[in-house]
Design a protein around this ligand. Structure first.
Ligand code: PEP
Ligand code: MG
Length: 817
């Protein structure tokens, strides 16, 4: 077997050094040395003679074994696994022998360029013991042009490398949290340029300094002395590099040296109301079934390498603290101990998924054994990575739904709307997330399903064992883990009182709502599905004030067709009978991404191409949706509403399009088109907007985040997000006043409309329609009936004059008592 193999360009394009690949996994050679080509043609060819080891189902990458034994990974573009095979056509399969220049994968250059993060295609020598030499990268090459060579390194006897060249040094760890995940990742990164074997010793424990997992297991805390020991030709330099890092406190900024559930974190926050008693259930990927046996060692290794690389690539683009966490996650994905454990299982004939699960389980057990609270928090990271890598190995973008036990209180890092939608809500008693914000879309889904939910509860909740009894009091923002018998008895009494009150309110909910002195207030419901519509009707809703159509666009590979949309809208309209139905046009972006509509990576998605802005940019989507709505909902019942409007320029083009579509379909009635007031701009221009729009409906979830400059999905500011804030209420007053001046009605469909405490204040501010979650309709109706107009106005005035949301809440509670 020849030691050196010549490499040729796998496609025409720009030959670039790996440093230029905008992804540290490749650029920092975490997977190995190599080169990259930014292609100008859609055909990937073999860079040398060899055998195909593996082509994943998504056909975005291929691994080859060359004549000298080197294994090569060719990865077309970055983050292309997410394209799910669209635009790729594999010309070879595992086991095929290829000659240099033979076609491997054909790909649609345009489709991949628009769908992926980048087109640049890294070619990586993934096996150890080979040297790569590239001839002057930074030039354009034709396919088949010689670009360099890969040679088997002459095996230097380990005695020579390690020839008793050694160094050691003792240093004291002064970083406040010791060597936790991020410092460990930094040590691993700092050692990358060195050849020496390095170990860290603390008391009688020792760790491989090139392994984050091993370093975490060392459990070196603050003020502990560690000994750095290195063997190899550059031992001294390696020791110095690690010592310098430890002495510099790992360059950690003060704000990230505290655990995530930090001093500034003040406990769980209510995201959906209610009280629940149940048993803990941790959301993890153990529910994803992986095959036990592999299909060949090389194929499983290659599949795991691709899944790890794709997971690491998906961590790009994180900002701030998230970027720090991403760095730690990347290090875990490249961890040699985890890799070695997984490789051992694969060598024993296991599948890549089985091996990766076994490796993370071993690492988790080691972390748990330290008994260190901070290290135990890192278990959540491993669990998260286990889920992501296995999800990729199984070709799933989202893991399968877990089988919940009855009365489950689900714990998770955070939950995606799509994950919630896959849960069996009949078995779900409540949800607690470590991260997340109270008005995220998953919180809205939970509230509309009547599932109490707490967010921002901190990482410690992820260590609660499955089956532990739990009392979740979302209204009080408290969580009792393994409560005693008295607490359980007390909670179950409160639960019965709540249930009785709910039953009374429900029995009274079927008439139309009026204040105590007879002013008409419509109480509608927010819907996302046909099932919600049925729940709303049984709860006494008088119509639908917000149909969130985006849920129809989630959890799928392509946008729903006009016909499919028509069927769903029509079923919802039929379920509502003759009650009015306000359909909101597609509102995606922010925390509601969809896989088939790749939005360019936005630094601030909440301030980006969201809601009506996206559909104005994609009139094709808007037209299909308007056609489906008009065909599905009888004109007398149908109203349409636009999300994320800032001013009339967002409204007028849609009015024109709606009139065009109406004419096309022969709809002669003028369909009402309203505007959601979700931006401070729209609130301040309410009167102007209401002179053209048919109605206004306030979305307090977004209006609050934009008014208070507090991200609705960010746990660390979740305590600030309260729509009862006087600044938000003053904007509501502006909307009520503006609509009345223009002779239109103003309603509210944001989360505040579901809060019975807020009802009298909102009525006092001029809101005449409240659209709540179906589950809250009876309570809101009961609240409306309790006050007369004069009392509502007096309370509203006091609320607008208050100085904080807490003060407003106290006023509202006093009024309701
Ligand atoms: C809102 O922002 O208040 C609203 C109702 O819209 P969504 O929560 O769907 O963004
Ligand atoms: Mg909104």
């Amino acid at each position: 077997m020849s030691d050196t193999v010549t490499l040729v360009a796998p496609c025409a394009g720009w030959l670039a050094p790996l440093e230029e690949v905008p992804d540290p996994v490749f650029a920092e050679r975490m997977m190995g040395d190599g080169f990259a080509v930014d292609p100008v043609e859609g055909m990937l060819r073999a860079p040398a003679d060899g055998t195909v080891i593996n082509v994943p189902e998504s056909a975005h990458a291929v691994t080859l074994r060359l004549g000298n034994g080197a294994e090569l990974l060719l990865h077309i573009g970055l983050e292309t696994v997410a394209l799910g095979g669209k635009g790729f056509n594999a010309r070879v399969a595992a086991g095929d022998r290829v000659k240099a220049g033979d076609p491997l994968i054909a790909f649609d250059l345009d489709a991949v360029a628009t769908g992926a993060k980048a087109l640049i295609t890294p070619v990586i020598i993934a096996s150890e013991g080979y040297a790569v030499e590239i001839d002057s990268a930074g030039r354009s090459v034709a396919a088949g042009a010689v670009v360099g060579r890969v040679s088997r390194e002459r095996t230097v006897s380990s005695d020579i490398v390690h020839a008793d060249v050694g160094a050691e040094r003792n240093v004291r760890v002064t970083a406040p949290n010791g060597i936790h995940a991020r410092p460990a990742a930094r040590i691993v990164a700092a050692l990358r340029p060195f050849l020496a074997d390095v170990t860290l010793h603390a008391a009688d424990r020792s760790a491989n300094a090139r392994s984050t997992i091993s370093l975490l297991g060392l459990g070196a805390g603050r003020d502990e002395e560690v000994r750095i020991v290195a063997r190899g030709s550059d031992a001294q330099a390696a020791v110095d590099a690690v010592a310098a890092l430890i002495l510099a406190n790992f360059h950690e900024a003060a704000h990230i040296s505290v655990p995530r559930a930090s001093a500034t974190h003040s406990g769980p926050v209510r995201a959906a109301p209610g009280l629940a008693i149940g048993q803990a259930f941790q959301l993890r990927s153990a529910d994803l079934d992986v095959p036990t046996d592999g299909t060949g060692i090389a194929a499983e290794q290659a599949a795991l390498a691709t899944a790890l690389a794709d997971t690491a690539a998906s961590l790009d683009g994180a900002q701030g603290t998230a970027a720090e966490i991403a760095e730690a996650h990347r290090a875990l994905l490249a961890d040699p101990e985890l890799a070695a454990t997984a490789a051992r299982h694969i060598a024993e004939g296991r599948s890549a998924g089985f091996a990766w699960r076994a490796a993370t389980a071993e690492a988790t057990a080691a972390l748990r054994a330290t008994g260190d609270a901070l290290l135990i928090e890192r278990i959540a990271d491993l669990i998260d990575l286990e889920r992501q890598v296995i999800g990729r190995l199984l070709g799933a973008t989202a893991p399968a739904a877990p089988a919940l036990p009855k009365g489950a209180i689900l714990f998770g890092e955070d939950l995606l709307p799509s994950q919630f939608l896959s849960l069996d809500t009949a078995r779900l008693a409540g949800i607690v997330t470590a991260q997340g914000g109270p008005t995220s879309h998953v919180a809205i889904l939970a509230a509309s399903a009547g599932v109490p939910m707490l967010v921002a509860a901190g990482e410690s909740v992820l260590a609660i064992t499955d089956g532990t009894p739990v009392i979740l009091d979302a209204d009080a923002g408290t969580l009792s883990i393994d409560p005693d018998a008295d607490a359980l008895a007390d909670a179950s009494t409160r639960l019965s009182v709540l249930r009785e009150r709910r039953a009374r309110e429900l029995a009274a909910a079927h008439g139309s709502a009026h204040t105590a002195d007879g002013a008409r207030i419509e109480v509608f419901a927010n819907l996302g599905s046909v099932a919600d519509a049925a729940a709303a009707v049984s709860a006494g809703a008088e119509g639908c004030g917000l149909l969130r159509t985006e849920f129809l666009f989630l959890e799928r590979e392509t946008a729903p067709s006009e016909e499919e949309q028509r069927e769903t809208y029509s079923a919802i309209a039929a379920t509502l009978g003759d009650r009015p139905l306000i359909v909101r046009t597609l509102d995606i972006g922010g925390d509601k991404p969809v896989p088939y509509l790749p939005l360019a990576g936005e630094e601030n998605p909440a301030l980006g191409l969201r809601g009506v802005r996206l559909t104005l940019a994609r009139p094709d989507l808007m037209r299909i949706q308007l056609r489906a709505i008009l065909r599905a909902v009888p004109a007398g019942q149908c109203r349409i509403m636009l999300p994320m409007v800032a001013d009339l320029d967002d409204y007028r083009p849609v009015r024109t399009l709606l009139d065009e579509v109406s004419a096309e379909l022969g709809v002669t009635e003028r369909i009402q088109l309203g505007v959601m007031i979700e931006t401070p701009a729209a609130a301040l221009l309410a009167e102007q907007i209401a002179r053209e729009a048919d109605f206004l409906s306030i979305g307090t979830n977004d209006l609050t985040q934009y008014t208070l400059a507090a991200d609705r999905g960010n746990a660390s500011v979740s305590q600030r997000i309260d729509a009862m804030h006087p600044a938000v209420l003053r904007l509501v007053r502006e909307v009520g006043r503006g609509a009345a001046q223009a002779g239109r009605w103003a309603g509210m469909c944001g989360g505040l409309a579901s809060d019975p405490l807020a009802a009298p204040i909102l009525i006092g501010l001029g809101i005449t329609e409240l659209s709540a979650t179906p589950a809250q309709v009876p309570a809101v109706k009961a609240a409306v009936a309790r006050f007369d107009m004069a009392a509502c106005k007096a309370l509203a005035d006091k609320a607008c004059a208050a100085q904080s949301a807490a003060e407003v809440r106290a006023l509202a509670m006093e009024a309701a008592a």
